[in-house]
Design a binder for this molecule. Structure first.
Ligand SMILES: *[C@@H]1O[C@H](CO)[C@@H](O)[C@H](O)[C@H]1NC(C)=O
Ligand SMILES: *[C@@H]1O[C@H](CO)[C@@H](O)[C@H](O)[C@H]1NC(C)=O
Ligand SMILES: *[C@@H]1O[C@H](CO)[C@@H](O)[C@H](O)[C@H]1NC(C)=O
Ligand SMILES: CC(=O)N[C@H]1CO[C@H](CO)[C@@H](O)[C@@H]1O
Length: 461
């Protein structure tokens, strides 16, 4: 066998490998596309089994990816990763199952704080290291520079820091010659901030300074509801002229049970599929917050340890679907396959929204202000004047009031539950996790106060 035969063999092997890889995801205008030119709609699941990086445990990923494939998922969202770990086994397990990953680049020690926002070199380097670690996997769909950083109008002073992080990570991605993996933000669904935050992160004449996509964690549709009564019609109205992709980065109210996931028919159907790019369901594993689609075994004592048990739940092993929730979601997704438009036939027409004006207590950023540089500060007019001390106790109340306004009178009670669910799961749960992770000191105390404020708010309703 000569050299050229060997070369041919190598080329064939390469070609087979290339066929096996998934087409990559990119943003064009307000839509997501695969590199083979089809519009891409997310059917996703939030995947975080413990505080540790779930993409560093190959065997576990294989077990989970196989069942996610039967669910009909094409995406996962992962909140915390360790850029120094090896992710090859997990990323190929998910790739083989046709599943993309949406990854948060911040973690417990590096996320942007709403009350005391910073965008500094430590954070820059940490976010960049996650992009370095993952950019080479074809099935990385996108990165988030933040999750639910802003939760009140007063905390809008943190928005320029979020936007600066996106600007710098996009520039970093481009400077390294990485493919244009979309970089965006995952927002809490706070009616007070709607549509200001959404517009702010996309606004301005320089698209290098805007996020590549905007994603929303929304729990408005609970039990028997409809596009018109759930509040989704307002989400749709606010997004119909949006110039960048928008999707649900968390959704799936879990009261009342069983979960029916009827909202998927609105998101992935004619009501919304011309504007929205799908949804990620919160969440894969069943744990205290009771949003799980699967479990790994019976509940354990809260203090039990060993055998993969953390905080009362087994978090490794073979996943077992929770019935009927898992099948309900699977049945919906099997019937919902929007095709959208092909990339070549699509000419984006929407221009960037205008930057929202300063409105005291609601949006405290004055239009298209210069963004902070790394290590630099942005000084808004109101940053020194207002609500820093009242923000924690005011937050749950204003989001509650806002949600019931947005959802219409007939569903005020259920939407109140949705707000409580959001606060105690993704908001309160995250604050609690942050407190756990920080352990003590000033950060721990702040986390504890946040957790008590948000959870106390949820109970107080
Ligand atoms: C950067 O900001 C983070 C998050 O606020 C903070 O924990 C860290 O101490 C800051 N680092 C530096 C070097 O200022
Ligand atoms: C757009 O923003 C980028 C990143 O801040 C900057 O490097 C570039 O000079 C800006 N372009 C214009 C035309 O202002
Ligand atoms: C956005 O939604 C809010 C309700 O959440 C509604 O009051 C407002 O009119 C909507 N704005 C647009 C531009 O559709
Ligand atoms: C869409 C769907 O599959 N809905 C089902 C969810 O589960 C309940 C309880 O088993 C069924 O009644 C629904 O038909």
């Amino acid at each position: 066998m000569g050299f050229s035969a060997l070369l041919l063999l190598c080329l064939v092997a390469l070609a087979i490998h290339a066929v096996a890889a998934l087409p990559t995801i990119q943003a064009k205008g307000s839509k997501l596309f695969t590199s083979d030119g089809s519009q891409f709609y997310i059917k996703g699941v939030a995947y975080q089994l413990t505080n540790d990086d779930p993409l560093a445990q190959g065997n576990q990923c294989q077990l989970d990816a196989a069942l996610m494939k039967t669910l009909g998922a094409n995406s996962i969202r992962v909140y915390h990763v360790d850029p120094t770990a090896n992710h090859d086994a997990c990323m190929s397990a998910f790739s083989d199952a046709g599943i993309y990953a949406w990854i948060d680049v911040d973690t417990f020690s590096t996320y942007i704080l709403a009350e005391n926002p910073e965008w500094n070199e430590t954070m820059y380097n940490a976010y960049a290291s996650v992009i370095d670690a993952f950019h080479n996997y074809d099935n990385v769909a996108g990165f988030y520079v933040g999750n639910e950083v802003l939760t009140t109008g007063a905390s809008s002073i943190a928005a320029p820091y979020v936007k600066a992080a996106a600007r710098d990570m996009k520039a970093y991605r481009n400077s390294k010659g990485y493919r244009t993996i979309p970089i965006g933000y995952s927002a809490a669904d706070i009616a007070d901030l709607r549509p200001n935050l959404q517009n702010y992160l996309a606004c301005g004449s320089n698209s290098s300074e805007a996020v590549d996509f905007y994603a929303l964690n929304a729990y408005e549709w609970c039990g028997q509801s409809t596009f018109d009564t759930s509040g989704y019609q307002f989400l749709q109205q606010n997004a119909s002229d949006y110039n960048i992709p928008i999707y649900f980065s968390e959704t799936g109210c879990q009261t009342p049970k069983p979960r029916t996931f009827d909202d998927q028919a609105a998101i992935l159907g004619p009501d919304m599929d011309d504007t929205w790019s799908g949804a990620i369901i919160y969440e894969w594993i069943e744990e205290t917050n009771d949003y799980g689609l699967i479990s790994y075994g019976p509940t354990a004592a809260p203090t039990a340890t060993g055998n993969g048990v953390v905080a009362g739940y087994t978090r490794t092993g073979t996943p077992t679907p929770i019935s009927p929730d898992f099948d309900n979601l699977s049945n919906h997704w099997a019937t919902l396959t929007p095709t959208g438009i092909s990339m070549s036939a699509y000419s984006p027409s929407a221009s960037a929204p205008s930057c929202p004006a300063f409105t005291s207590g609601l949006w405290e950023v004055s239009g298209d202000v210069p963004l902070p540089t790394v290590g630099g500060a942005y000084h808004s007019v109101a940053a020194t004047s207002s609500a820093t001390t009242t923000a924690v106790s005011a937050a749950p109340q204003s989001s509650h009031a806002a949600v019931s306004t947005s959802s219409g009178t007939s569903s005020a009670t259920t939407s109140g539950d949705a707000a409580a669910a959001t606060a105690s799961s993704s908001g309160g749960g995250r604050a609690y996790n942050q407190w756990m992770a920080l352990g003590g000191g000033v950060g721990g105390l702040l986390g504890l106060l946040l957790a008590l404020g948000i959870m106390g708010g949820a109970v107080w309703w």
